[in-house]
Write a protein that binds this ligand. Structure first.
Ligand code: NAD
Length: 538
């Protein structure tokens, strides 16, 4: 009896391409280099001569509607970045139909041809890097370094997912042999994926979700965040330039509660790739599950918020403590604390508490606040609503805890949403600022007596995204590895700055579905495995 087993279909039409190359993360730009300073200044000149333009919706053609979304520079609210359409339900419906139509051909495109589009996109993005950075600095208020890291992450997603797709295609999982049968196991795309990103990584996150969906053979409706439609427009333009056909990607700016909600419930959508707040993520999870008229279960990935902690153990080495202080500042106040991975709870051992706090407050007092275009460390928060929400948490903190730094709106020559870096002491585990995601430059500091207590405090929130431990005690490090319950744990380094392919990213508990963006399993969320068995011995 013959026993043959193949786990891969024989793709006769595949050109002989080889295929993956060594993946290396994109190096960051050095903004001390005068050449780079010159280039970024030129990019700002270019971008500022292109502000305040109007952009359409892109489906089968361009559409303009009556209602508009204005993108405003949060650091200087007199500056309008661009005018965008607020899509109607009718246009959302058209996008779903068109994307389903386009799926029939896109899904069948040879994997290598598909992948090469995204490799080309990486190279186009490298060439336009300074321009993308400048747009981002103005649209969401990142400083140069933060914006550059966002663009570098986007390039990494393009390269990493390209290699990963080739790997899935060329190295299928092994099946067990079975006498008298030929068995296959391969992956099919799902259909139309709605991509719903947040505004805070306005290129890397929408690009990561969109590219994962497209490279696996799905079509996409990209509904940008209301505060960052320009960056999603640039993403759309980039992918079209690289060769993604119109309608395979659709650009549909609109209001989350209206057009986003409609798409989530639409019967002809196959998957929702969401990143954003816990509240919206949970609503999407529910809405995607309960809707009549569908022929399939919708898949949802929902990556949500965090309430991340850093534990600092008893450390007595001066240099190591200084390093920990700098890492805490970068984690808590980088991009104004508006990262899902940002530090918001600092847990200090009682024996080092006073010394650490002295150093911390001294360094916080040196933080420069100002216009992102001038590359100051701390810029504005994203909009007025965010400013009010953060100030409200600060008022609660003032009542329940002890304010030791900041606590006010920053008075500045530009009209923007600036808040001082803010630090509270005497914070107890169940206090409001120790439990809820603030998403701003506010740090709650807590004192603990032994490492078990620290782990228990760290785990006492409904989120489980990132965490870090600074320790020279191997037993405590080991305990944290086993018991600190979060998706991304860092030992002796900051809790922000995950690198694609190096630190696959995603959280536990109400931080999300833990799909691990930039990790080896991510693309499988966008695929349906199929098993085919043929009997050949009767
Ligand atoms: P948000 O939840 O307010 O909005 C996210 C997106 O959801 C936007 O595009 C919005 O238009 C859309 N939306 C809003 N209501 C909707 C609805 N009813 N149906 C469908 N779509 C809807 O979040 P945000 O303010 O843009 O981003 C900040 C949040 O994102 C923070 O909580 C942060 O922690 C989280 N975040 C998480 C990660 C992660 O990887 N876990 C990464 C970045 C940001």
């Amino acid at each position: 009896m013959k026993t043959t087993n193949f786990t891969k279909l024989n793709h006769l039409n595949d050109p002989i391409i080889h295929s993956s190359w060594e993946y290396a993360t994109e190096p960051f730009l050095d903004f001390k280099n005068p050449i780079n300073i010159e280039k970024i200044k030129k990019a700002f000149e270019f971008v500022e001569s292109n502000l305040n333009k109007e952009y359409p919706i892109f489906i089968d053609k361009e559409y303009y509607v009556d209602k508009k979304i204005l993108s405003i520079n949060p650091g200087d609210t007199n500056q309008v970045i661009g005018i965008f359409q607020d899509a109607t339900i009718e246009l959302a419906d058209k996008a779903v139909k068109y994307a389903n139509e386009k799926f029939k051909t896109w899904a069948k495109l040879n994997v290598y041809d598909r992948v090469n589009i995204f490799r080309l996109a990486a190279n186009i993005l490298r060439k336009r890097r300074f321009e993308f950075i400048a747009w981002m600095v103005l649209e969401v208020g990142k400083n140069w370094t933060e914006a550059d890291a966002d663009v570098a992450e986007a390039i990494d997603y393009l390269e990493y997912y390209s290699n990963l797709m080739i790997d899935i295609h060329e190295n299928p999982k092994k099946l067990l042999p079975f006498p008298g049968e030929v068995n296959y196991y391969y992956y099919l795309p799902l259909g139309v994926v709605v991509v719903i990103p947040p505004w805070n990584f306005p290129l890397a996150i929408p690009l990561g979700m969109t590219v994962a969906a497209l490279i696996t053979g799905n079509t996409v409706i990209l509904k940008p965040a209301e505060d960052a439609p320009m960056m999603s427009y640039l993403l759309y333009e980039l992918l079209i330039e690289a060769g993604v056909p119109e309608g395979v990607i659709n650009y549909l700016p609109g209001t989350g509660e209206i057009v986003g909600d409609y798409l989530v419930k639409h019967p002809d959508i196959h998957m929702i790739a969401f990143t954003g707040s816990k509240e919206v993520g949970l609503l999407i999870h529910k809405n995607a599950a309960n809707y009549p008229g569908r022929s399939h279960l919708k898949r949802v990935i929902a990556e949500m918020g965090g309430k991340n902690a850093i534990i600092v153990d008893e450390i007595y080495d001066e240099d190591f403590m200084n390093y920990a202080v700098n890492s805490v500042i970068a984690s808590a106040f980088g991009f104004q604390g508006q990262k899902c991975s940002a530090l918001s709870r600092l847990l200090l051992h009682k024996n080092i508490y006073d010394k650490f706090m002295n150093k911390l407050l001294e360094n916080v007092s040196k933080i420069e606040i100002g216009l992102p275009k001038e590359n100051k460390f701390l810029g504005p928060v994203i909009n007025e609503q965010a400013l009010n929400k953060i100030m409200n948490y600060i008022e609660i903190g003032k009542k329940q805890n002890k304010l030791v730094f900041g606590g006010k709106r920053y008075d500045y020559k530009y009209s923007g949403y600036y808040i001082e870096p803010t630090v509270f002491e005497d914070v107890k585990v169940n206090d409001v600022i120790a439990q809820e995601e603030i998403f701003g430059p506010v740090l709650a500091v807590m004192k603990y007596s032994d490492f078990d207590e620290a782990i228990s405090i760290a785990n006492s929130v409904e989120y489980g995204l990132t965490g870090a431990v600074f320790s020279q005690n191997r037993f405590n490090i080991n305990k944290a590895k086993n018991e600190f319950y979060c998706g991304n744990l860092y030992i002796n380094r900051k809790c922000t700055g995950a690198i694609v392919g190096v630190h696959p990213f995603g959280g536990f508990k109400f931080s999300g579905t833990n799909s691990k963006a930039g990790g080896p399993d991510y693309l499988l969320f966008f695929l349906n495995p199929k098993s085919v068995s043929e009997k050949i011995d009767f």
